[in-house]
Ligand binder design. Structure first.
Ligand code: SF4
Length: 525
């Protein structure tokens, strides 16, 4: 008899990979692929934690009647999410205890590193879940599930890691159809795609706080496999894709990846890959995510060629996210960070030179996103001044950034930071950190938004996500999409165009224009 399997998506957020709605990460898809590779007739049901919260009893009944329930979770880089609320440690424990009649597998970053909803220490380590779940998978979830279904519980290893992507090739395509069960499918679902794992900086140990170097030498995925998966996802109905599962998209395909700390980009490879990707997902949104500013600063010509190739085939509104973390040289040295002010400046300049041009959806084609971390060892009051003077410098020199993220450090067991971090690092500069965040949100966010999106700019294809108190919040599809506030109540599904009329911190205010593709407009302007 075919097995019944339940996957609960508690959402994931890692340095290289996002799985909070409207995104679906690779974990549930690869697990589904592993299940269907062993048992093609398996009855596989996918739930998100937000669906479960609405009706816990039904979910528990459903899961307890299954042979296997896999829960994927783990927010390693905590953020604020408009599309969903990640599962908490308490919810995980509660659900684990309620699922007494099924084999429960806890997987994803929560099982590998633990869980922590906000900055500071990991609140709950994987050990806390060992007595609650049948298996806490420290290795690759799809590998464990495959072994479990094929060889049984005793032989399956919770630590099994894939050596390469040969099995992912099959699992990714087989598991793709799980997306059709996602609540955002057919609307704003955005599929996260993987091109490689690990960071080129593994050679030097990488940044003190980061989990990517722990994977060792980076292993690249065959580009044909990525395209094959995209084609299948597109065939099933996916219309928004993000190449977000890698530490630096510009060095995907580089012959030096794994050999050198700063690999030379391979623009010819990037051009061919993006061309094939575009062919596979005709008319869909295609965005990227992380990049290493030090690579761009070291190889500006190759990097710009690679960026131009991406721009040829991607969707405007794209972002290359730079983990600057802190531009104080002392902090950079202690934490082995990847850039300093000059490196960051050159990288911001290079992206602006090729990407600032506005695209047909109203957004500039490609801009940098800047990430800062608060609470790293070595941080001092002067560190924040350095970060602010950098923002002022790039603004004064006419450049733009699309978004600035600031987060408190999360200390993950196994990282170098975990042995040198003390809570006082977060506390001693609390006032300066708050002031820094205030200045960024009230001064630089607005300055940069005004520069890239002047009043009167029309933003196309905004997907309504939420309405409350007579206001509606909508975003385009893609990577870190800009939040747009509209007055009036528009119920989803609703896709509209809007003209920018004002600015509000990190978001813009706009009024709808032209034809509205909205089936349930209750009120509006
Ligand atoms: S550059 Fe640093 S933060 Fe980025 S993936 Fe590598 S080690 Fe992690």
């Amino acid at each position: 008899m075919a097995r019944k399997v339940v996957i609960l998506d508690g959402y994931t957020d890692e340095p290289a990979g996002l799985g909070v709605p409207p995104y679906i990460d690779v974990y549930p898809r690869y697990i589904a692929g592993a299940v269907w590779s062993i048992d093609p007739d398996a009855d596989l049901r996918y739930y998100t934690i937000d669906q479960v919260r609405k009706d816990v009893d039904s979910f528990v009944k459903e899961a307890n009647s299954s042979d296997l329930t896999a829960i994927v979770a783990g927010v390693v880089v905590p953020g604020k999410y408009i599309g969903g609320e990640p599962i908490s440690a308490e919810e995980l424990k509660l659900l684990g205890r309620l699922l007494g009649n099924t084999f429960t597998v806890l997987a994803g970053p929560v099982a590998r590193f633990g869980i922590g909803q906000e900055g500071g220490k990991i609140a709950t380590s994987p050990e806390h879940f060992k007595s609650i779940f049948s298996a806490v998978v420290r290795g690759d979830p799809e590998e464990y599930v495959k072994q479990l279904l094929k060889e049984g519980e005793v032989r399956a290893s919770e630590y099994a890691m894939r050596k390469d992507y040969s099995e992912v090739r099959r699992f990714a395509v087989l598991g793709a159809k799980i997306i059709t069960q996602h609540p955002n499918f057919g609307y704003n679902l955005t599929v996260e795609l993987e091109t490689y794992r690990g960071c080129s900086r593994w050679i030097s140990g990488g940044c003190s706080f980061c989990i990517e170097p722990l994977y060792g030498r980076p292993v690249q995925r065959n580009p044909e496999d990525v395209i094959l998966e995209m084609r299948e996802l597109y065939r099933l109905g996916a219309r928004a894709f993000r190449l977000g599962r890698q530490s630096d998209i510009l060095v995907y395909g580089s012959k030096e990846l794994g050999e050198k700390e700063l690999p030379r980009p391979n623009p010819e490879f990037i051009e061919r890959f993006f061309q094939l990707a575009r062919d596979a997902i005709e008319g869909s949104v295609l965005h990227v995510d992380n990049s290493n500013p030090a690579v761009i600063a070291k190889y500006p010509e190759e990097s710009k060629k690679a960026m131009l190739a991406m721009i040829e085939y991607h969707t405007p509104g794209d972002i290359l996210a730079f983990g600057l973390e802190n531009l104080d040289e002392e902090v950079a040295e202690i934490n082995n960070l990847n850039s300093n002010e000059e490196v960051a400046y050159e990288a911001v300049k290079a992206v602006n030179e090729v990407g600032l041009l506005r695209g047909d959806n109203g957004m500039p084609h490609l801009l940098p996103g800047l990430n800062f971390i608060i609470g790293l060892p070595g941080e001092r009051k002067a560190s924040f001044e350095k970060n602010i003077s950098f923002l002022e410098r790039i603004y004064e020199d006419g450049f733009a950034v699309r978004r600035i993220n600031i987060r408190k450090v999360l200390v993950i067991p196994g990282t170098r930071l975990s042995v040198m971090w003390r809570r006082e690092y977060l506390e001693r500069n609390e006032e300066e950190a708050e002031r820094f965040e205030w200045i960024v949100r009230h001064v630089y966010d607005v300055k940069f938004l005004k520069r890239i999106l002047p009043r009167g700019t029309i933003l196309r294809d905004l997907y309504v996500e939420k309405s409350s108190n007579g206001k509606t919040y909508a975003r385009q599809l893609g990577t870190y999409p800009l939040l747009v506030e509209l007055s009036g109540t528009f119920n989803r599904p609703c896709i509209l165009d809007a003209e920018i009329i004002g600015y509000k911190g990190r978001s813009v205010k706009a009024r709808p224009v032209g034809e509205k593709d909205c089936t349930h407009v209750m009120a509006g302007t």
